[in-house]
Structures are given as C-alpha cells and as structure tokens.
Design a protein around this ligand. Structure first.
Ligand SMILES: [Zn+2]
Length: 391
C-alpha cells in the first residue's frame, strides 16, 4: 500500500476465507484497524515490497545450539531469581492496567495518552534498577518503544534481548483497554526481571536489553522499526525472547509455557524448553499456534528469536482483546508469570556462562567439550562475597 496524500482508498476485499481475509484500505485506516476488528482477528500489514529472506546465520545458529546442548542444572543460576515478588508484580501490573486508581490509565492503546504515560513510567522503573533507557519513537502518532540496556562488564557488542509489548487493545467501541494479560503480563515479567537484577546486584558479561515495544497490536510496528535498526547496525544479537501473554491459566489446566509452532528459531525454542525443564519443572511445556508477536520482526531479519506464551495450545483467555482484561480476575495466575520470568532470566544467565566458557582464555578442552553452567560456580562464589552476582 503506497501512501499518496490526497488519494482516497475505498476498502476492497481481495480474498476471503473462514479464517483469513486480505483487504485493501487507506494507510491511516490500516494503522488503526485493530480497533475495528472482532477480538479474535488480528491485522498484519502486507509490505509494499517483497520481504527479503534473511536466514539466521549458521554461526548464530551454532552459538545457540551449543548453549542448548550444554545446559545442566546450576544451583547458582537457579537461585538468582529466587526472590521475584508476586506482590510487587501485582502492584506493577495494576499500575499499567489502571486497576490502581492512582495511575489513571484507561488504555495503553498505542495512540492513547495512557500509552505515553505508561512509556514514561516504564522508563523510570527500569532506570531505577540501573538500566539506561531510551524512549524511541518509530512512527508518527504511536507511543515510543522503551529500550533499556544493562551494559556488559566486558568490551563486547554481543547482546541478548528480552521483550514484551506494552500497548494494548480493548473491546470494539470501548475506550477501556487495560491489557492485563495482553501484554501487561509480559511487561510485568520484564519489570520483575529488572527488579531482580537490581536486588541481586547482577552484572552481565554481555549487553542485556529489556525492551517494551509499542504498536504491536497494529502489526508489530514498534518491533519492526527496532529490529530493522539493529539489522542496519549489524547488531551482534545472540538471541531475543518476546514474552506475550503469560498470565492466563484455564480452569483445571496446569501452569504452562507455550512456544510458537510456526515463527521463530527452533534452536532458541529448544534452549528455552531445556532451561524450563531443568529449572521450572512446574511448567508444562508445549507448542502453540498463537503467533505473530514481536519476535517475528527479529526472526524475519535473521536474528535468533522466539516467544514465550501462557499456554501449550491456542489462546484460551476469554478476556483476550477485551476491555475486561484485568489482573484481578479468575484464571489470572501470577505464579505462572513468575515461573516464565524465571525461565527468561535463566536462559540469559546460563547462556552467558556457557558463552564465557567458549572464550579463548578458557582451556582448549573446554572449547571442545562445553562445560555445564556449574563449572563456573567458584568464580561466582567469590563475587558474592562482594555483593555482586555475575552472569
Ligand atoms: Zn499481545
């Protein structure tokens, strides 16, 4: 679709099936289509040009594969997230949803005042944990991405990225869009990770980014812009994991962790699955057809990426894209969010330890036979006495 000022576009249905439809609308309508669609329908803009296929490089695949194949239980990594606080998570998500009346947020729809307020608040919260944050605008009218970085203790460009989207969507015709699960839960997990980093004084060998995207609901606009920026800069991204909808647990079902069936890197998925099995056995891991969150933007540009989701199966949350998507309701499970947040941190910590083990200063035998995370425990114990943990 080409933007031509003054040209009017009548909506045209180009194809139609029971599960999908291709329509042509004016660009400004395309960006706000989410508020006109029934709740289980999602819009995805079709690019004006063919999307170039950028495969994940074999070096990047091998790096993730080596980590996934070598993961073993490490009590230090296990204990690093032992203190994630559910009362704090509840407080955080209630601010974002507006269930905390002091926030006054009615909606975090990407064009709303509430989204701008949420972005500024998130920046402040992440910065209070020691991250440097930037509000990065990407498209006129949209609230900005919130990009936060914990700089590496080593001189390296290598980066790992954990993300969620803070924009939300409500019921058709309602101005209330609390987005407690979609994706207040993923953002709350990011905040919990940040607060743990501060509380435990964790320092990272590589750069760690925590990113809250906007414009996800309109077609991944925020993450597309940021992934493109990283691609053009030739970013050295080991992996990215998007957390989108972590909180809902259907009646009678166990706590779960869903990984995408169709979009993302198999190797990152395997790594997350291995880490979850070892460190969070309370989660039943499986695949989901729920798709197309912000990890897609990175995967399309050749970065190893995946998503974590609340269910090994299709979306079951009755409040999905509904103005009733609050945190204080039946089925909203903070324990499940916490378990998944722990998996995210452990993926980062365990990966960094293994990457460190592959560095040239390590004995050649270690390079041929990657050690388990636990082999680096001694160094960490020494650092703990200085009140610093290092991942
Ligand atoms: Zn979402």
């Amino acid at each position: 679709m080409v933007e031509s000022p003054g040209v009017s576009y009548a909506p045209v249905v180009l194809s139609d099936s029971p599960t999908s439809m291709v329509i042509s609308v004016a660009p400004e309508v395309a960006r706000t289509l989410d508020i006109r669609l029934p709740r289980l329908w999602k819009s995805t803009p079709i690019p004006q040009q063919p999307v170039p296929y950028v495969p994940v490089s074999s070096t990047a695949v091998q790096r993730v594969k080596a980590i996934a194949a070598s993961v073993k239980f490490d009590p230090v990594v296990a204990s690093i997230v032992g203190n994630i606080s559910i009362p704090q998570m509840r407080k955080d998500v209630r601010y974002l949803t507006g269930e905390d009346p002091s926030s006054g947020i009615m909606s975090r729809h990407a064009f709303s005042k509430g989204a701008l307020q949420a972005a500024a608040w998130l920046q402040e919260q992440f910065q209070s944990t020691g991250a440097s944050c930037e509000l990065k605008p990407f498209l006129r009218g949209f609230s900005p991405n919130v990009v936060c970085t914990y700089a590496a203790t080593e001189d390296t460009t290598e980066t790992m990225l954990l993300s969620a989207h803070y924009d939300s969507r409500g019921s058709f015709g309602s101005i209330r869009a609390p987005g407690g699960d979609d994706d207040g839960s993923g953002v709350t997990a990011l905040l919990a990770i940040a607060r743990t980093i501060a509380h435990k004084g964790i320092a990272f060998r590589k750069n760690i980014q925590l990113v809250a995207f906007s414009g996800e609901e309109q077609g991944l606009y925020g993450s597309k812009a940021y992934a493109r920026e990283m691609y053009e800069l030739g970013a050295n991204l080991t992996l990215m994991i998007q957390a989108d909808m972590l909180g809902y647990r259907a009646p009678g079902e166990p706590a779960q962790l869903g990984l995408p069936e169709s979009i993302g890197s198999l190797e990152v998925m395997q790594l997350v699955s291995n880490i979850s099995a070892i460190y969070s056995p309370e989660l039943v891991v499986g695949t989901t057809r729920a798709c197309c969150s912000d990890h897609q933007s990175f995967h399309e540009l050749g970065f190893p990426a995946t998503q974590v989701f609340e269910r090994a199966g299709p979306i079951a949350d009755p409040m999905y894209h509904n103005s009733g998507d609050l945190s204080d309701r039946e089925g909203y499970d903070f324990e499940q969010i916490r378990s998944i947040a722990k998996v995210q941190v452990r993926v980062v910590c365990c990966s960094l330890k293994l990457l460190a083990a592959h560095e040239p200063s390590v004995a050649a035998s270690a390079v041929r036979d990657p050690p388990p995370c636990g082999r680096l425990r001694l160094a960490r114990v020494e650092l703990v006495s200085q009140q610093v943990s290092i991942c």
